[in-house]
Design a protein around this ligand. Structure first.
Ligand SMILES: *[C@@H]1O[C@H](CO)[C@@H](O)[C@H](O)[C@H]1NC(C)=O
Ligand SMILES: *[C@@H]1O[C@H](CO)[C@@H](O)[C@H](O)[C@H]1NC(C)=O
Ligand SMILES: *[C@@H]1O[C@H](CO)[C@@H](O)[C@H](O)[C@H]1NC(C)=O
Ligand SMILES: *[C@@H]1O[C@H](CO)[C@@H](O)[C@H](O)[C@H]1NC(C)=O
Ligand SMILES: *[C@@H]1O[C@H](CO)[C@@H](O)[C@H](O)[C@H]1NC(C)=O
Length: 321
């Protein structure tokens, strides 16, 4: 009898201590969650997160698992290029490495097919060691024979992994290496858009403003992650990889009746002001992307117009007028 009483007293004490512990952890978690303004999860702690007493080992009471960056947009920009374009990559790394838009994680990666020369085995490996921003797909180098298909369809398998957030990226872009993206403007344009079934870009033909009429220009188009997964699985894409890559891409979505959400970024995206063509536009402040920036002179004119280097830190080490 006395033994039983002691046991049950011990049990009660254990329960009281446990309840205090849970209460404390909930308070801790809710403080953390308030900080990130995800009030909706507050209720969850009060109810479903309370573990069974015998269940501590499997319960996730860690405050770290209350998602810390719900509003951070994750974007992959894949620039399709060739292994030998070392200088171009070096230049684009400066262009994108010196932009860091708030509230977004943007990975810019260079995408190409199998290496074909001995020197590439060393030089590209060196680049990867230093920058880790290269994707080499299992394909033979080509422009309009499925490189874009290889890119989108390889990603789900390549990015699958333990500890990865899901989706690894909300949006995946294919961009040209002669397109200049202003990442802050890009992120601002994405913020109000859906994260599912989205197709974003510059509608072709040039004079059209209707994003459902045809397809988005290869200068730089983007889809949400669900469409990347769909492309990697569907016969519609696998069976049809030949042809102008942007047009073919648009035809997959049309044939699969995908991309109910479309966003035409024209005229925040356009071709370089010269030479005249129907897709060009003058520079203007709200520009997201300029395409056909094909010479150093054009890059310099664009960077100057957008005040790209104007926040250079002053220093005694250099003087730039
Ligand atoms: C606890 O959370 C971690 C990280 O989020 C996760 O990997 C693990 O599977 C979770 N454990 C349980 C039992 O839910
Ligand atoms: C790469 O592609 C070739 C030809 O398409 C195929 O035979 C090979 O198994 C693939 N290798 C890998 C690692 O996927
Ligand atoms: C690409 O290279 C890998 C390994 O180096 C090889 O297994 C594969 O067959 C090559 N793929 C093509 C399409 O040439
Ligand atoms: C794709 O090609 C395969 C084999 O040729 C065929 O069986 C399948 O029906 C095709 N699918 C589509 C959607 O065209
Ligand atoms: C660049 O800076 C100048 C001078 O401060 C300013 O007048 C101009 O509007 C800026 N241009 C852009 C695109 O922000």
């Amino acid at each position: 009898m006395a033994m039983d009483a002691a046991k049950s007293f011990g049990g009660q004490r254990f329960m009281i201590v446990s309840l205090f512990l849970i209460f404390f952890l909930c308070v801790l978690a809710s403080i953390n969650e308030f900080r990130y303004e995800t009030l909706s999860k507050f209720g969850r702690c009060a109810l479903s997160n309370i573990p069974q007493f015998n269940d501590y080992s499997s319960a996730n009471l860690s405050v770290a698992d209350s998602s810390s960056s719900d509003d951070e947009i994750r974007i992959l920009i894949g620039i399709l290029t060739l292994p030998d374009m070392y200088h171009k990559r070096h230049f684009l790394r400066m262009i994108y490495g010196s932009q860091s838009p708030a509230g977004a994680r943007i990975d810019v990666k260079f995408v190409f097919c199998n290496l074909t020369k001995e020197d590439q085995h060393v030089l590209v490996a060196l680049e990867i060691m230093r920058y880790n921003d290269i994707i080499i797909m299992n394909c033979t180098e080509n422009m309009n024979n499925g490189k874009t298909y290889s890119y989108f369809s390889s990603l789900p398998e390549m990015l699958k992994g333990e500890g990865q957030p899901y989706p690894p990226y909300h949006y995946v872009m294919k961009a040209d290496d002669d397109t200049f993206f202003r990442l802050e403007k890009l992120v601002a344009s994405l913020r109000p858009l859906p994260r599912e079934d989205l197709y974003y870009g510059f509608v072709i033909p040039c004079h059209s403003m209707d994003p459902f009429v045809h397809y988005m220009s290869g200068m730089g188009y983007m889809v949400s992650w669900d469409l990347v997964e769909w492309i990697s699985e569907t016969d519609i894409a696998r069976n049809h990889t030949e042809g102008a890559e942007d047009l073919v891409f648009g035809s997959w979505l049309r044939d699969g009746r995908r991309a109910k959400n479309r966003y035409n970024a024209k005229w925040a995206m356009y071709n370089y002001p010269e030479p005249k063509d129907p897709c060009q536009h003058e520079f203007w402040p709200d520009t997201i992307a300029v395409h056909t920036v094909k010479t150093p002179e054009k890059w310099i004119r664009a960077l100057k117009y957008f005040n790209f280097t104007s926040n250079l830190k002053p220093s005694k080490l250099y003087h730039i007028p």
